[in-house]
Design a protein around this ligand. Sequence first.
Ligand code: SF4
Length: 291
Amino acid sequence: MIADIYEGAVFRPPSEAYSLILQTTIGCSWNRCTFCVAFTDKEYRVKSLRDIQRDVDKIIPYYKDVQRIFLADGNALAMPTAELASILDFLYSKFHILERVSIYGGPLDIRKKSVDELRILKEKGLELVYFGLESGSDEVLRKIRKGAKSDVMIDTARKVREAGLKLSVIFILGLGGTELSDVHARETARVISAQDPDYTAALTLMVEPNSEIIKELGSGNLTLLNPSEVLKELRSIVEGIDVTNTVFRANHASNYAPIGGVLPSDKERILAHIDKAMKSGRFKPEFLRAL
Ligand code: SF4
């Protein structure tokens, strides 16, 4: 049984649906964002190389021909560079047709690594970093306790790209509520434009029962957006994004309408699609939304 190699619930980006998920860290090195309950039941730690090798030995008989591996849990890039480099060497030696290894990376952990360290990881076969921006607004970032301001978000994302790694930036629609929707949209577009990622993904806020953010509902600090307001916010962000070339996706299970394309080339088509969805008034029902 390979299920017993996993500790607790495991999360991965939607685009890693066909990847082998391997936990190299347990939990999240930050674990304080008010909207997130993904790892609240886990204490952060780096798994030992020996444990990871043991996990891989269990996996190999079932999944020898793996082409993609995603390293979990949250912010696995927080682990020491030398250890991560050894893991990458080990994975490429074991999986002979492995093409890509990707990972979650948070701004606070990337800040501790030099561009040269990131470059070493790239040379060892790390390909893509998923980066949780959540919002470009300093006010929203402070409220959700992300631990990093927009200038850090921009600097750390640029470091990732400078090292030659691919960058996938994720933000959350509705995160500032109706109160901060305008500044959330404007600033998120500004920061994404400065980060210039290869991929950009929009999720929509889902308030989990055990989250910190739920306490803000009804206090006047956070009023949830309705589906039309979410799409209006999405429209402003898409309109404001000015990047070289990013694959833009808003088709996550949490979103009210599946929207996607390439920016800037598809901008008019994406905006027209959003307008059509708003006009139709047909949105994914709440009970079908998921994380
Ligand atoms: S959103 Fe990301 S950084 Fe924040 S607590 Fe959750 S996993 Fe950690």
